[in-house]
Design a protein around this ligand. Structure first.
Ligand SMILES: [Zn+2]
Length: 68
């Protein structure tokens, strides 16, 4: 994974290591599982169709060690 120098303090998502300003870090895209595109109050009572679900992915900071 490509790493870059952080301009602020961060924390590694994988090992909770503190990443200080000026150190190398990487960014990893992780899946938080499936999320429904409807909000709770709009949700129909019948079964939710497959198209209403989408992959919920977020970018997290990882330290140089975990990025390697
Ligand atoms: Zn780490």
């Amino acid at each position: 994974m490509k790493t870059k120098r952080t301009m602020r303090d961060r924390e590694c998502h994988l090992c909770d290591l503190a990443i200080s300003k000026g150190e190398q870090y990487g960014q990893k895209s992780v899946s938080l599982g499936k999320t429904c595109t409807w909000s709770a109050d709009q949700r129909p009572t019948e079964e939710i169709p497959a198209w209403a679900w989408s992959d919920y992915r977020v970018k997290v900071d990882v330290c140089a060690g975990c990025a390697a």
